[in-house]
Each structure stands twice: as structure tokens, then as C-alpha cells.
Design a protein around this ligand. Structure first.
Ligand code: NDP
Length: 399
């Protein structure tokens, strides 16, 4: 694979993001020459970690500023590149007030990047990051040919113009569609580059930077017990390291050009995710919610809080995606979901996004327990006092 990418300049858009930073790390590890775009080079919190992704890389990462909504910024960004990985797209935690807040930067941004590529003769192939939400959304009826198998392939599409579809899937479907339409229409006198598309599921796995990612929020909520119970929803999972490899393989694999590629390991119920976390992290003091909320409760919540609306429409629906192209064309065997989930949680803890109990906190809690016991023991019979004193010693020894 290295022959295909060594000494060739590769552009990665949205370098500071969860997925893009993994792609850049993998490319630098392979010794590739990488240029990444960020919105602002001044934002050290978002950009600083990119300079230390790999120790002594063969080629130092180059960073330039570009904004999806500023067409003029892309000419310089793509200059001299053989490959372009267009990963940047808005992926907010909250539902936007207007769908256009997402659709406009996603679609116009993709077109701005592709327009710059058709003017730059050096560009041979572009890989665009779409999503499984551009393939299928679980609140929609199954396409006729998937009713029985409940398995969606790269042949299936969400209609980005359907206003019943949420803003984020619409933005991804419309941006991907715009990219395919664009390459079909490149005039003969312009640079006719190849296009391949990557469609990842819910991307989990280790974060490389402290700024949290929208998809990892699922794991944070469970670790922090920010929710008392889980909804009966099914999530199509993939690992960020597989997503990075898929992008890189899609650059250099001949048969990837002209195709979409689902990146998907398996679908798990939220409860299964919670149980994996509970098994691993309960012994470390975490109290993971594993109770499944009754559907009617989720529905009642949705009447009060609009963020639950999307959950209600997914309740109880089972669906799978085909990952044949990922395995057979890109040659990737997906990382097991259990490892992906545990690695996500460990990264959240290591980066301090989720607080673990420090020795000091544990000690304070124990002291409080002991003081409480002391208070109580004042009012107790002598034998009871003796038992509490013995317990106090064991607690102190065990901390
Ligand atoms: P992140 O939010 O971590 O990264 C998104 C990146 O896009 C950020 O670098 C962000 O820059 C950049 N961006 C957003 N708006 C603009 C803009 N107007 N101009 C320039 N850059 C912009 O998300 P992920 O890494 O998770 O997502 C990366 C890609 O993968 C996206 O296309 C997303 O739709 C897709 N995807 C993600 C999935 C997931 O579960 N994570 C699943 C399927 C697809 P800044 O830091 O400055 O905001």
C-alpha cells in the first residue's frame, strides 16, 4: 500500500476532528506526506495535539486554514495534492434550529472542495466521508428489497430531500449525492479525478484529543451515569481505526473508485453496550445504567424534550448493514465491538473527559463514611460500637 502513497501529498480536511485525526496519524505512521486543513491555526486547544500524533514522522504534518463555506480557501489547500480525503462536515451534538445550518456547509463545502480539485491537475482521487445515515435511517420503512433480510447495502440511499428525515442524515445524503453528481459532470477540459466514498456507522474508539466527539458521547453518558436508564435502541457500530484504514485503502485500491463502502462492525442494543461497560468498569467504581427504559416513558419524555423525538422513532427497530466491500475490496477485518467500546471508555477516562475516582476522593468518601459511623456509634450499645470500630479499621486498610 505504501508504494501508492509514499512521497505523494495527501490532503485531509477537518484535521482536528475525531475521524480525521486518526486518518492523519495512520498516514504519518505509514510515512506519508500529509497536509491537514483546520478552521483556525490559532486554536491551540483543537490543533496542538496534531503536531504530536506520531514521534519523528518521516514527513512533518503541514497545517493550513480552510473553511467549508469559503470557496477561495480551497485552491491553496489542494495545491500539489495527488489525493484528497474530504472528511470535514458539521456533526453537532444538538439538533440545529434549521436543517440548513448543517446542510449548507455539508453540501456547499463538499462542492467547494471538489471544484478546487477539478482545477488542480495533480489531484487523481478524492475520498469523501459520507455516513451510514446516508444509506438508511431506522425510523424509515425498509426498502422493499431489504424487508426480509433487514440488511442494508451500498445500493440503498436515504432521500436527502425528504423533510421527514433529520437534518444531519439529510446533510450527509445531500452532500454525498452532490459529490457523485459533480464527478459525473466534470467537463473534459478540467481535471477528471476519481471519487470513492466511505460510509461509516456510529464511530467509536479511542479519542486522540480532549475535545469530545459527538459519537463518543454515547459512551460518556453511560460512564458518567448521566442517564438513569437506556432506551431500547439499536446502534450500528464501527471502530475509528477501521474508518481511518478504510479511507487510506480507498485512496489506493483500484476497485474502490466509483463506489461507496459501508464501514460497519455490527449493530448492538444500547443495553448490550451498557453491559460491556459494566463488566469492565464496575470493578473500577463506575455505576453504569443497564436498565432498559420502558418505551412509553421515552415517548412521554419526547413530548417534553425534542431531543428524545429521534430516539422514539428508533425504539425496538433491528437492522444490519452489509460490510462485504469493507472486507473484500478494502481488505479490512473489523475490530470487535467489545474492544472498540472498552477502548473508547478508557480514552475518555485517560483524557480526563470522564472523571475517575482519585485516591483522594475515595479517601474523602471513606472518611465521611467513617465520621458518619462515629456519630452513629455515640448512640449505640458497646457491642455495636466494637463492630463499627472493626469495620472502620477494615475500610481504612482497604483504601
Ligand atoms: P468531528 O466533529 O470530530 O469533526 C468534524 C470536523 O469538521 C472538525 O474538524 C470540524 O472543524 C470540521 N468542520 C465542521 N464545520 C466546518 C466548516 N464550516 N469548515 C471547516 N471545517 C469544518 O466529527 P467526526 O470526526 O466524528 O466526523 C468526521 C466526518 O465523519 C464527518 O463528515 C461526519 O459526518 C462523518 N461521520 C462521522 C460519524 C461518527 O459517528 N463520528 C459517523 C459517520 C460519518 P472544527 O473542529 O473547527 O469544528
Amino acid at each position: 500500500m505504501m508504494e501508492g502513497i509514499s512521497n505523494q501529498l495527501i490532503l485531509v480536511t477537518g484535521a482536528s476532528g475525531f475521524v480525521a485525526s486518526h486518518i492523519i496519524k495512520s498516514l504519518l505512521e505509514l510515512g506519508a506526506k500529509v497536509r491537514g486543513t483546520v478552521r483556525s491555526l490559532e486554536n491551540e486547544e483543537k490543533v496542538g495535539f496534531l503536531r504530536n500524533l506520531v514521534e519523528n514522522p518521516k514527513h512533518k504534518l503541514e497545517l493550513v486554514e480552510a473553511d467549508l463555506l469559503k470557496e477561495e480557501t480551497w485552491k491553496n489547500a489542494v495545491k500539489g495534492c495527488k489525493y484528497v480525503l474530504h472528511v470535514a462536515s458539521p456533526f453537532p451534538m444538538a439538533i440545529p434550529n434549521s436543517p440548513d445550518e448543517l446542510i449548507k456547509p455539508a453540501v456547499d463545502g463538499t462542492l467547494n472542495v471538489l471544484k478546487a480539485c477539478q482545477e488542480e491537475k495533480s489531484v487523481k482521487r478524492v475520498v469523501v466521508t459520507s455516513s451510514l445515515v446516508a444509506v438508511y435511517e431506522p425510523y424509515l420503512p425498509f426498502p422493499k428489497d431489504a424487508e426480509e433480510s433487514k440488511t442494508l447495502t451500498e445500493e440503498h440511499w436515504v432521500d436527502g430531500n425528504d423533510e421527514n428525515v433529520e437534518a444531519y442524515p439529510r446533510s450527509k445524503a445531500l452532500a454525498e449525492k452532490a459529490a457523485w453528481d459533480f464527478v459525473k459532470e466534470i467537463p473534459a477540459d478540467k481535471n477528471k479525478f476519481e471519487l470513492a466514498v466511505i460510509n461509516p456507522g456510529l464511530v467509536l474508539g479511542p479519542l486522540l484529543n480532549k475535545s469530545n466527539s459527538t459519537s463518543i458521547e454515547v459512551i460518556r453518558l453511560l460512564l458518567d451515569r448521566a442517564v438513569p436508564a437506556v432506551a431500547k435502541t439499536y446502534l450500528p457500530i464501527c471502530d475509528v481505526r477501521d474508518v481511518a484504514q478504510a479511507h487510506i485503502k480507498a485512496l489506493v485500491t483500484k476497485d474502490a473508485a466509483g463506489h461507496r463502502h459501508n464501514v460497519y462492525t455490527d449493530s448492538l442494543w444500547m443495553k448490550q453496550i451498557a453491559l460491556i461497560l459494566q463488566k469492565e468498569f464496575k470493578p473500577k467504581g463506575f455505576n453504569i445504567p443497564t436498565l432498559v427504559a420502558p418505551n412509553f416513558l421515552v415517548w412521554i419524555n419526547s413530548l417534553i424534550d425534542k431531543k428524545y423525538k429521534t430516539v422514539v422513532s428508533r425504539l425496538g427497530k433491528e437492522f444490519k448493514f452489509s460490510n462485504e466491500r469493507l472486507r473484500n475490496v478494502l481488505g479490512i477485518t473489523p475490530i470487535e465491538c467489545e474492544k472498540t467500546i472498552i477502548d473508547s471508555a478508557n480514552a475518555l477516562i485517560d483524557l480526563g473527559i470522564v472523571k475517575t475516582k482519585t485516591k483522594k476522593q475515595k479517601k474523602t468518601e471513606t472518611d465521611a463514611k467513617v465520621e458518619n459511623a462515629d456519630e452513629k456509634s455515640k448512640e449505640l450499645e458497646p457491642e455495636e460500637k466494637e463492630r463499627i470500630n472493626a469495620e472502620k479499621t477494615t475500610t481504612e486498610v482497604s483504601t
